[in-house]
Design a protein around this ligand. Structure first.
Ligand code: FMN
Length: 467
């Protein structure tokens, strides 16, 4: 039994035990097929908020686990944040971690090296790698934390990317146009490198997983941010066949060479927006595979699962703060903002702004300014489809309340802003041939003269049933 208040930080295994102790993890003992069966079970238990441990995977000797991070309260838990769940605390912890990196620590041995396969002995078919959605091209590793060196600085770059398994010793790792790994692939190609070295760790500490999703300053390694999230240095061990380091207590490690010029078709694969995506990406040849004797394979449910959205939203905590600061500096009436990227918003995000309105034309100006903002050089309109402005009696974390405001507080079309021809990012599948699509702004604030008529009903907050 884990005593939560005595734990400083979680490992992959102690986090699984914690979920089991809390009744949040189901053990499936029946034989499970990797072709769609495992994914279907994960998808269905996600609706009940349960992680799943598969003890008996058909024709494999490993067990597999999924659904560990289905909602923000699991991220709260994985970061070991004390007290009641509060998303602002996650934001604060990540903000602090990005400013206070802790260097990693090299150690000599690793439990992941109990069984080592190299060269011709490497066999990815030993691993329980699922096929998730119906038209996916094949088995995909979805919780592989990839480590490569930045070519100019040799700083270790860490990220999570979908990984298609082609055969017993080759994979394809997809880096999207915004990712550092894609830039590293391109830079290597431009410098006429034939390959770059890579390591993939599967089954890592929550802190390492979360840091892999973050985007720190380029002169920092995500491994150092992981240390800061964990509250102690991440222990790493030297790889066997490449000149890299991997977290020493990973469940499974792959090492290999990315042949940057040898691009092959990757996908189709179920993307976060709910559509299939494909790419031409460089092939990676696996030079070593090692694991514990009883390793647990980690699978993250891909496609439009709440787990996928929850994890990817880790990047958005920093962006939210930046958007709020920039808007607040111009419009002091703004009280808070929220960026929603969820199964209901799909390929694009939604920005909700709450304000205490003092002039009738302020919301329109805010809408126009918001669509023109850039964060880190990227126009936010490339990924934000809708901006909605509400009064500050609306809970911007409750989509139902925001919807209620749109439907109940907009008197006429002067409250709607339609922006055609906005350039979109890579996930927007609805774009026209010029790469652009439409944006929508809604001023759902109460008209100033209607404050009394549009007063929201209120319920007393303290309910007690007595003893
Ligand atoms: C489950 C999951 C799957 C992801 N898949 C991809 C992917 O296939 N390609 C990609 O570029 N980013 C993907 N991401 C986002 C990256 O992990 C994230 O943007 C990270 O910061 C990229 O690191 P980099 O910029 O250092 O390369 C995924 C994130 C999660 C949580």
């Amino acid at each position: 039994m884990f005593k939560e208040d005595q734990v400083l930080s979680y490992s992959f295994r102690s986090f699984i035990s914690l979920l089991e102790d809390k009744g949040d993890l189901i053990r499936v003992k029946r034989e499970v097929d990797l072709n769609y069966d495992l994914a279907s079970i994960l998808w269905n238990f996600e609706k009940e908020g349960k992680a799943v441990l598969f003890e008996n995977v058909k024709e494999k000797s490993f067990s597999a686990v999924g659904g560990l991070f289905q909602n923000l309260s699991r991220i709260h838990l994985g970061l070991n944040i004390p007290g009641k769940f509060n998303p602002e605390k996650i934001s604060d912890k990540i903000g602090l971690a990005l400013k206070n990196p802790i260097p990693y620590l090299t150690v000599e041995s690793s439990p992941a090296k109990e069984v080592i396969e190299k060269g011709e002995d490497v066999n990815l078919n030993d691993l329980p790698i699922p096929i998730f959605f119906e038209e996916d091209a094949g088995p995909y590793i979805t919780a592989g934390v990839c480590i490569v060196k930045h070519l100019d600085t040799v700083i270790l770059n860490m990220g999570i990317y979908r990984i298609q398994v082609l055969d017993k010793n080759s994979i394809v790792i997809y880096g999207n146009p915004l990712s550092d790994i894609r830039k590293i692939y391109s830079m290597a190609e431009a410098k006429s490198y034939t390959n770059i070295e890579i390591a993939v760790a599967i089954g890592v500490d929550p802190a390492v997983l979360f840091a892999a999703i973050l985007k720190p300053r380029t002169n920092l390694s995500e491994l150092e941010i992981a240390g800061s999230l964990k509250g102690e240095p991440i222990k790493v061990v030297k790889c066997e066949t490449v000149d890299l380091m991997v977290p020493c207590d990973a469940e499974i490690v792959l090492e290999g060479k990315v042949h940057v010029k040898k691009k092959v078709p990757e996908g189709p694969f179920s993307e976060i927006g709910g559509y299939y995506g494909k790419s031409l990406s460089p092939i990676t040849e696996i030079t070593a595979l090692y694991h514990r004797k009883d390793s647990i394979f980690h699978a993250i449910m891909p496609g439009p699962s709440t787990e996928h959205f929850t994890l990817i939203n880790i990047i958005n905590f920093g962006m939210k703060k930046a958007i709020f600061r920039r808007l607040k500096a111009i419009f002091n009436d703004i009280t808070n903002i929220n960026v929603i990227w969820s199964p209901s918003t799909g390929t694009m995000m939604k920005l909700i702004i709450s304000m205490s309105k003092t002039s009738e034309d302020a919301p329109k100006k805010i809408l126009e300014t918001a669509f023109n903002l850039k964060v880190g050089g990227t126009p936010i309109s490339s990924f934000i489809k809708q901006v909605i402005i509400v009064d500050d009696d609306i809970n911007i974390y409750e989509p139902v309340e925001v919807e209620w405001a749109i439907n109940s507080r907009t008197p006429d079309e002067s409250r709607i802003l339609v922006l055609p021809n906005i350039r979109s990012w890579h996930l927007d599948c609805a774009v026209r041939s010029d790469g652009c699509s439409v944006r929508l702004g809604v001023d759902a604030t109460k008209p100033l003269g209607k404050y009394e008529r549009l007063k929201k009903v209120k319920i007393a907050e303290n309910m007690s049933l007595g003893e």
